[in-house]
Design a protein around this ligand. Structure first.
Ligand code: AKB
Length: 343
């Protein structure tokens, strides 16, 4: 007996259009913002400011909600490398903007390059795809001085060849290009900054620029710190309040005034010795020594000494406020409060 089998049609099945829940501004005109990786160095200082200006904030992070997180913030735990988890949180939160901070930094990334690739590359792709699917207006990307490689004329401008030597830097360059692609192809407003090493009153995670912050933190809480670099190492740095202001200013800048999507932003570029001097001037008892670690030193030596941020200054009025002394005064005062040390 013969049996007729109907060929499967090659036509795609007719799908019902997905109806997205309505997205409205909050009552006081604030934005809905989803922040990936807000459990890291930047998030701690950023979240209270966003809440204070009336934004509705959802965090997507692998780590548990820290005690410092304002109660108004919704904290969703999840893994940026799983598209389904990213899509679910974006579909639920329906943000106007995604601020994409989740990344594995340079030193940690060299320890597990394949993991850094997954988190930084797949993570950024998942965020951009979710933004496309759920009609997010703006994706803000945090790039870095690690996007640059060695041998560039100083100060380093925006439009130089990008030849990073770390997995972190490679994935950040790719993230910049991927975001620009999503803007061209799908109309997503993609913008961001290349951050210098950031310094704040917290414990950083896995960066090569961390020696600067640890001179302050361990100089205060332990009375000593051994930097893993030469005293003459020089890279750009920025104090966290400036870094956060830069993000908020660029996020809100009128699109028609922006002539590019990714901007260098600069503040200070002290040598490690100059930072040690600033710490010693305020904590004379602190013992600050230097023993250069070849792998981390090579990373530092591959980064710019200083950045040219004239495009940011021209297009959206960027200007840093904290020099080395102003930063050191403010940071030491904050750290004294944190560890309960007498002034
Ligand atoms: C790192 O050290 O990896 C970061 C950076 C400079 O982007 N702080």
């Amino acid at each position: 007996m013969t049996r007729t089998v109907r060929a499967r049609t090659l036509e795609p099945p007719a799908l019902e259009p997905i109806v997205l829940p309505r997205r409205s501004r909050t009552d006081d005109g604030g934005m809905k913002i989803l922040i990936t990786g807000a459990g890291g160095q930047i998030g701690t200082d950023l979240l209270p400011l966003l809440v204070a200006r009336g934004d509705t904030v959802t965090v997507f992070d692998l780590s548990a909600r820290p005690a410092s997180c304002p109660s108004e913030v919704e904290w969703v735990r999840g893994d940026i490398t799983y598209a389904a988890e990213v899509n679910t949180v974006v579909a639920r939160a329906r943000p106007h903007r995604i601020l994409h901070l989740a990344a594995i930094l340079s030193a940690a990334g060299e320890g597990v390059p394949h993991r850094a690739y997954r988190v930084n590359m797949d993570g950024t792709h998942n965020v951009l795809e979710a933004a496309r699917l759920f009609e997010v207006e703006q994706v803000f990307f945090t790039s870095t001085i690690a996007a640059f490689g060695p041998g560039l004329a100083q100060p380093v401008g925006d439009d130089v060849p990008l030849r990073p030597t770390t997995m972190y830097g490679i994935t950040k360059v790719a993230g910049e290009l991927l975001g620009e692609y999503y803007e061209r192809a799908f109309g997503i407003d993609f913008r961001g900054v290349r951050f210098p090493g950031l310094i704040n009153a917290g414990i950083p995670g896995g960066g090569t620029s961390d020696y600067a912050l640890f001179m302050y933190v361990d100089g205060m809480r332990k009375g000593r710190y051994e930097s893993f670099c030469r005293p003459d190492s020089r890279i750009p740095f920025m104090y966290m309040p400036d870094a956060i202001r830069a993000m908020l200013e660029l996020m809100d800048a009128p699109k028609e005034e922006l002539r590019r999507s990714i901007y260098n932003i600069a503040a200070i570029h002290p040598t490690a010795q100059e930072i040690a001097n600033a710490v010693k001037a305020r904590l004379p008892e602190a013992q600050l020594t230097f023993v250069s670690d070849p792998r981390r030193q090579a990373i530092l030596d591959s980064w710019p000494d200083a950045l040219d941020d004239s495009n940011a200054r021209r297009d959206w009025g960027w200007k840093h406020e904290y020099d080395l002394d102003a930063m050191s005064d403010d940071l030491i005062a904050k750290l004294r409060q944190l560890v309960g040390a007498p002034a």
